[in-house]
Write a protein that binds this ligand. Structure first.
Ligand code: GLP
Length: 250
């Protein structure tokens, strides 16, 4: 663990190097603490990271047998086995490739009959697991984390959220490229849920993220740029490629 302080930024020459560095870091954390509780994101950005992490596991360098996971968010109205669900994404990219106990994979149930109760259940499950040791995050092109969209105010706890048209477009690939097929709402960990993790690592790659990265690190803390709240965490790291770091001035 590093000393508490402002977010630490590591810049890698390209996205593959950034993904590899994060996979190695998670493998090392699992070696230090086999009962690690991991918070996990979805999106295009972490695909390479999950591939590398699964490859490390397949070669005996990352042991998930006692680990617990909590994913950040899920679309509302989708059952876990729907092809577009984040659960299906995680099964395809990570869970099917590592030896992890199914009962220690935690997910918001997008098809829960009572979404509010489902959010409460999730908060209790995180607390019951002793909290999240490492929360890995991606970054929406509009600065959202999880599904905490830019807004006049943010929700602290796991909650129901209406997705912006931009976010629905960004998730269209999971729905045969059709933004109108992307659910209009989702369930997401809240900002306090995320900030309560003992450590946070945000992975961002590509030029489309550069503006939000610069604002999140150097700008004011504002609900209009949810990632800016990472400035409040005492152990938050950013792993970037050169393109995502291109608007950072030193
Ligand atoms: C979705 C997820 C976010 C993720 C974002 C980034 O909206 N809810 O948690 O960070 O996608 O997506 P990408 O990595 O594809 O840019």
């Amino acid at each position: 663990m590093r000393s508490p302080g402002p977010p630490v930024v590591s810049v890698f020459p390209h996205d593959r190097a950034a993904a590899r560095a994060l996979a190695q870091r998670v493998a090392a954390a699992l070696a230090d603490n086999p009962r690690l509780v991991l918070g996990l994101p979805t999106g295009r950005t972490p695909v390479r990271f999950y591939h590398d992490l699964a490859a490390l596991a397949e070669h005996g360098h990352a042991d998930f047998s006692q680990a617990t996971t909590f994913n950040l968010d899920e679309f509302l109205g989708l059952a876990a086995d729907h092809a577009g669900s984040y659960r299906s994404f995680m099964d395809a990219h990570l869970f099917s490739r590592v030896r992890i106990a199914k009962e220690r994979i935690n997910f918001l149930n997008g098809a829960a009959p009572d979404p509010v109760a489902e959010c409460r259940r999730y908060e209790a499950a995180i607390a019951g697991a002793g909290g999240i040791d490492i929360q890995i995050l991606g970054l929406g092109a509009n600065g959202h984390i999880g599904f905490n969209e830019p807004a006049p105010e943010l929700q602290p706890r796991t909650h129901r959220v209406v997705l912006t048209p931009e976010t629905r477009r960004a998730n269209a690939a999971l729905f045969a490229g059709d933004p109108s097929a992307v659910p209009a709402e989702a369930l997401s960990m809240g900002m306090a849920t995320i900030l309560q993790a003992r450590s946070i690592v945000l992975l961002a790659t590509g030029r489309s993220k550069a503006h939000c990265i610069a604002g999140a690190l150097r700008g004011p803390i504002t609900p209009q740029l949810p990632a800016s709240f990472l400035q409040l965490h005492h152990d938050a790291d950013l792993i970037l490629d050169a393109a995502a770091a291109s608007q950072l001035t030193h």
